[in-house]
Design a binder for this molecule. Structure first.
Ligand code: WT7
Length: 648
């Protein structure tokens, strides 16, 4: 570690020296790991608790309980604390709709709205412990609804508004939700997404839903089902009174969020109230260095964990001012984000490598037309960032003055685990590396036997100690929780990623080690897509593989075998594409679909995924025989050759 300003080591780029003592990151990390419980006790004490906890951590591997005996309420911490202070008139959200409409919501207003809506939920029969599903566009009512649910101890589960009716219904059914909050629709690239129509279709196979609250976003006729559906604006009439924030056990579930795994069935990650809130509060500070005067913009949709943690609970727990935008970065043009940053004088921007790469394609002129000098800190999440995109982000968007925090984490981890920390002490950055674990995170890279590998050797990332943001279990499936995350290595959390540490000990995340794709930073199971395809009457078998894509990170390549009565055609290809979109959602749309006579299998009949992946990526036979596979080199070569020949 050097004593100079670390950021200067970025290829000699001149960097504003507003940032922070060098090297403290390592010190704090070391100290935290020597006394995990003492460390998190100090952090958690910065939140407001209705009852002090008796025990900081109860670790019964693989189940952790944080702040046992403690009671708190997330909406109290995120709203009341600020509304009851001088921050009452401070802006919580600067909101912009895709058509250009704008709203500003202060903490005082947020407080009123949250109370009103909490009273409404109670009035409609929602109680502590009940599950409530949200299928919402990016409007201020989205965080309001999450906060209101948490205020009364209801457990929310958000389904991204880009998911299909089938996906929505599956998640409602798994969570056993009795209420749904949605909107008549949303704007996306100038078009209307009819959310209520999709929800109606989902509800035909989701009988647990008793009430639907519909937020009116559009000027459009929408049918309400009598007795079941009610407009948001009608439901809240006369409900503007204080609802005391329910004191909840620290391990009371705050939410369930579904994410893809290696089977067709999404996993419901259950997050706690006390541990989760403590963790997002801490990381919002360490990673984003959030300060009272910041105008912070995390571009994620609240439908994903990034939105839960860093659009809603992290910034609100700090009483920060956030930008919230409804639409896509390219509407009406790829200048939209730069306009927003200039208009609101954003100081922090947190987004995905996919968004950066796609905006980068429109060239430097568009961002250069705007004054982006308010920015002081940039972040990325969801997938590895390639150095070219990193450099562009640093130079053109950050004006060579703003450090980039490359943040590694997952739906299951609740918050960021590996990242540089401008607040603790900014380490020298290396484009493409997430740098070091944050305090309290005991990350290591191990081989097949769970033994740490040498620096420079690729292995599996593991976390060896629990942390407060860690999910508690998978909803209604603690067996799968143990199986997927804790069985591979004894008492170590296995996230499913390959990683390597370089000679300086920096962590480089190398992508998934399992059958999970990252498409535009979103996680998708290959088997989920395969199941959707096999649901089409023409398909006998399907194999799906990811292929590197210069914008999306990974694209989806599909191979299918057809039943005897069906012939390959472009029309069928289109039907299969539609089938996947309708089963999962547009994010799962295949890039290419190939028809084949058979799929490469091992002698025992298992699909050789490596062969499928190699063919999808155009890798030579010579290269693939060295890849790990259960089958022999000869068998792999033969399968690859036959498979390649067969593809139409
Ligand atoms: C997977 C988790 C965490 C919010 C968004 C995604 C990959 C995430 C990085 C990064 C390289 C990354 C991993 C991880 N990933 N961040 N900075 N560098 N890879 O959440 O959908 O739960 O996906 O995203 O493969 O396991 P998610």
């Amino acid at each position: 570690m050097t004593a100079s300003n670390p950021s200067r080591e970025l290829a000699g780029l001149p960097v504003d020296s507003r940032y922070w003592p060098v090297g403290r990151h390592h010190e704090v990390l070391k100290r935290s790991l020597s006394d995990i419980e003492g460390f998190w006790t100090d952090v958690a004490s910065q939140l407001s608790w209705q009852r002090q906890w008796d025990q900081t951590l109860q670790w019964d591997p693989p189940f952790a309980k944080w702040f046992v005996g403690g009671m708190l309420n997330a909406s109290h911490n995120c709203v009341d604390r600020h509304a009851d202070s001088q921050r009452k008139d401070k802006i919580a959200y600067l909101w912009e709709g895709e058509p250009g409409d704008r709203r500003v919501m202060t903490y005082g207003e947020l407080y009123n709205e949250v109370n009103t809506f909490a009273a409404t939920l109670q009035d409609l029969g929602l109680r502590r412990g009940d599950r409530i599903t949200l299928y919402m566009p990016m409007v201020p009512e989205f965080p309001i609804a999450l906060l209101a649910a948490s205020r009364i101890g209801a457990i929310f589960t958000v389904v991204f508004s880009g998911f299909s009716a089938a996906a929505l219904s599956g998640r409602i059914n798994d969570s056993g939700s009795k209420m749904l909050i949605t909107a008549d629709g949303s704007y996306r690239r100038g078009k209307i997404i009819p959310l209520k129509d999709i929800a109606d279709e989902a509800l035909r196979s989701s009988p647990s839903i008793e009430k639907v609250i519909v937020y009116k976003r559009l000027e459009k006729e929408t049918e309400l089902q009598r007795g079941r559906d009610v407009w948001w604006h009608d439901a809240v009439q006369g409900k503007s009174h204080f609802v005391p924030p329910e004191p909840l056990d620290a391990s009371h579930p705050l939410f369930i969020l579904y994410t893809s795994g290696t089977t067709g069935k999404p996993k419901g990650a259950v997050h706690s109230t006390g541990g989760y809130l403590t963790y997002v509060y801490a990381t919002q500070k360490w990673v984003f260095d959030i300060r009272p005067e910041d105008v912070y913009w995390c571009t994620a949709d609240i439908g994903w964990i990034t939105g839960h943690s860093y659009v809603v609970f992290g910034p609100l727990a700090h009483g920060a001012t956030s930008i919230m935008y409804e639409g896509t970065p390219d509407y009406p043009s790829t200048e939209r984000w730069w306009e927003i940053i200039e208009r609101y004088k954003a100081t922090i921007l947190y987004t995905t490598p996919t968004a950066i790469r796609s905006l980068m394609r429109s060239g430097d002129d568009l961002p250069r037309r705007h004054d982006l000098t308010s920015l002081r800190l940039l972040g990325t999440v969801g997938e590895p960032i390639n150095p070219a995109a990193w450099e562009w982000y640093f130079d053109v968007i950050g004006g060579k003055r703003s450090p980039i925090v490359d943040t590694w984490w997952q739906t299951e981890t609740g918050g960021i685990l590996i990242s540089a920390s401008p607040n603790l002490g900014l380490v020298p950055l290396k484009p493409g590396s997430a740098t070091f674990p944050l305090p309290g995170i005991d990350a290591e890279i191990v081989n097949e036997d769970g033994k740490p590998v040498q620096n420079g050797e690729k292995g599996f990332l593991v976390i060896r100690k629990p942390w407060p943001g860690m999910f508690m279990t998978l909803y209604n499936d603690s067996e799968r929780y143990k199986q997927v995350y804790w069985n591979r290595f004894q008492d170590m959390y296995y996230p499913g990623d390959y990683a390597v540490k370089d000679a300086d000990g920096y962590f480089w995340l190398l992508g998934r080690a399992d059958e999970v794709l990252k498409v535009s930073g979103h996680r998708l199971g290959t088997i989920e897509v395969e199941d959707a395809l096999v649901g089409h009457p023409a398909v006998t078998e399907a194999a799906v593989a990811g292929r590197a894509d210069s914008v999306k990170g990974e694209g989806i390549i599909v191979f299918v075998t057809l039943k005897p009565d069906y012939k390959p055609s472009d029309a069928l290809r289109q039907e299969l594409r539609e089938k996947v979109r309708n089963t999962i959602g547009p994010i799962a749309t295949p890039d290419e679909i190939y028809f084949t006579g058979s799929l490469p299998k091992t002698r025992s009949g298992k699909i050789m995924r490596r062969v499928v992946k190699a063919v999808a990526s155009g890798i030579e036979i010579g290269d693939i025989t060295t890849l790990e596979d259960e089958s022999s080199v000869e068998e792999v070569q033969k399968a690859m050759a036959t498979f390649t020949r067969q593809i139409e």
